[in-house]
Design a protein around this ligand. Structure first.
Ligand code: SF4
Length: 63
């Protein structure tokens, strides 16, 4: 099976919808909850979520 996502910027491997790396199945992705994730993808998503929470914490500590 092949899949083409209209949100993928092929030259940079960036997601136009989420304004970041294309990580299939990540929160907000069109495939979220629709595909089984590999262990590697799950780790990438966990890392992404940890970075997001760090950004929020940094923003809150500034205000
Ligand atoms: S993260 Fe999901 S929505 Fe974004 S480009 Fe990749 S497959 Fe498409």
């Amino acid at each position: 099976m092949t899949f083409y996502c209209k949100n993928l910027e092929i030259n940079t491997d960036q997601c136009r919808k989420l304004h970041g790396d294309c990580i299939m199945g990540r929160p907000g992705c069109v495939l979220e909850g629709r595909v089984a994730l590999s262990e590697e993808l799950e780790k990438k998503i966990e890392k992404l979520e940890a970075e997001r929470l760090q950004r929020i914490a940094r923003r809150q500590s500034k205000s």
